[in-house]
Ligand binder design. Structure first.
Ligand code: ADP
Ligand code: MG
Length: 265
C-alpha cells in the first residue's frame, strides 16, 4: 500500500507562480483525475512532482510513503516508485526502448529478476503497439498515438507504485484511447497501481474509472468530487469553477466542449 501526498505545493516557472498551493492524495489501486482548462497548471503539477528541472519550488511538500521527494533528483523519485507519462514524450535518438527499460530496472535492482524482453513484448501486445517499434530509437518519428502507447508500455514494464499520466489521451484515436486506458485500469487491479490522471476530457475516464475527480484552476484545486464531477464538467465546461479571487469566469463556450464527444452520450 502506497500513498502520494501533495500538500500546499507552490511552484514558479519563468518567474511566475503557477502552482499556488495544491493539495491532493493518490493511494495504491486508486485513480484520482485532475481536470482543468488549458494553462491551469496541470503539466506544471506533474513536472514538479516528478522533479523536472526548470521549476522553482516555493513551498509545500510531496511525499511518497512519508518520504519527502522534493529534495530528490528525478531518477531517485523514479527509483522510489514514481512514474510520469509525459504530455509530449521526449525523442531519444540512438536509444531503443528495451535498453532504456533494462537500465531503469537495473537502477531499481530489478535488472536480474525481470525478463525485460518478454515483459516488453507482452505489454506492447496488450496495447497494440507493433513489435517493430520496440527496436527503434525511443519515440523518434513515432506518431502521437504511437508515443502514447509507448508510454503505456513503459508503465506496464516498470510497474511503478504511482503513475502520473499527463494527457495520455491527447492525440489518440478511439481504439488507441480504449487500449491504453483499459491497460492502465487493469494495472490498478493487477499491480495495485495508484494513478493521477491529468486530462481535459472525461473520455479517458470511461475505461479508466476515477475514484476521485479534482478541478485545477489557476494553480489551485477548486473542487473535488466523485466520478459525477467529470460528467458534469463534460456538460458544463469549467465555467462554474471560479478560483478564490472571485473572478467572473468566462461563459461556457465551444472551446470547452470535447470535439470528439459522442453526441448520443
Ligand atoms: P496545462 O498543462 O494545465 O495546460 P501548464 O502547466 O502547461 O498548463 O502551464 C501553466 C502556465 O504556466 C501557462 O500559463 C504556461 O504558459 C506557463 N508555463 C509553463 N511552462 C512555462 C515555462 N517554461 N516558462 C514560462 N511559462 C511557462
Ligand atoms: Mg498540459
Amino acid at each position: 500500500m502506497s500513498r502520494l501526498v501533495v500538500s500546499g505545493l507552490r511552484a514558479a516557472v519563468g518567474g511566475q507562480e503557477i502552482l499556488r498551493g495544491v493539495d491532493l492524495e493518490v493511494d495504491s489501486g486508486q485513480v484520482h483525475a485532475v481536470m482543468g482548462p488549458n494553462g491551469s497548471g496541470k503539466s506544471t503539477l506533474a513536472h514538479v512532482i516528478m522533479g523536472r528541472p526548470g521549476y522553482d519550488v516555493l513551498g509545500g511538500s510531496v511525499t511518497l510513503d512519508e518520504d519527502e521527494l522534493l529534495a530528490l533528483p528525478t531518477w531517485k523519485r523514479a527509483q522510489a516508485g514514481l512514474f510520469l507519462a509525459l504530455q509530449y514524450p521526449t525523442e531519444v535518438p540512438g536509444v531503443p526502448l528495451e535498453d532504456a527499460l533494462a537500465e531503469a530496472l537495473r537502477a531499481r535492482d530489478d535488472g536480474e529478476a525481470v525478463d525485460v524482453h518478454r515483459r516488453l513484448a507482452d505489454e506492447a501486445a496488450r496495447v497494440g503497439l507493433d513489435a517493430r517499434f520496440l527496436a527503434r530509437p525511443l519515440n523518434v518519428d513515432f506518431s502521437g498515438g504511437e508515443k502514447k502507447r509507448n508510454e503505456t508500455v513503459q508503465l506496464g514494464v516498470l510497474r511503478p507504485k504511482i503513475a502520473l499520466l499527463d494527457e495520455l489521451d491527447s492525440g489518440l484515436d478511439i481504439d488507441a484511447l480504449r487500449a491504453v486506458s483499459r491497460r492502465v485500469e487493469q494495472e490498478t487491479k493487477e499491480t495495485n497501481l495508484g494513478v493521477l490522471v491529468i486530462t481535459h476530457y472525461s473520455r479517458i475516464l470511461r475505461e479508466l474509472q476515477p475514484d476521485k475527480v479534482s478541478v485545477l484552476r489557476k494553480g489551485r484545486i477548486v473542487a473535488t468530487g466523485g466520478p459525477d464531477l467529470a460528467d458534469e464538467l463534460e456538460r458544463t465546461g469549467y465555467a462554474g469553477y471560479e478560483d478564490d479571487e472571485g473572478e467572473t469566469p468566462p461563459a461556457p463556450s465551444a472551446a470547452n466542449a470535447d470535439p470528439f464527444a459522442d453526441p448520443l452520450l
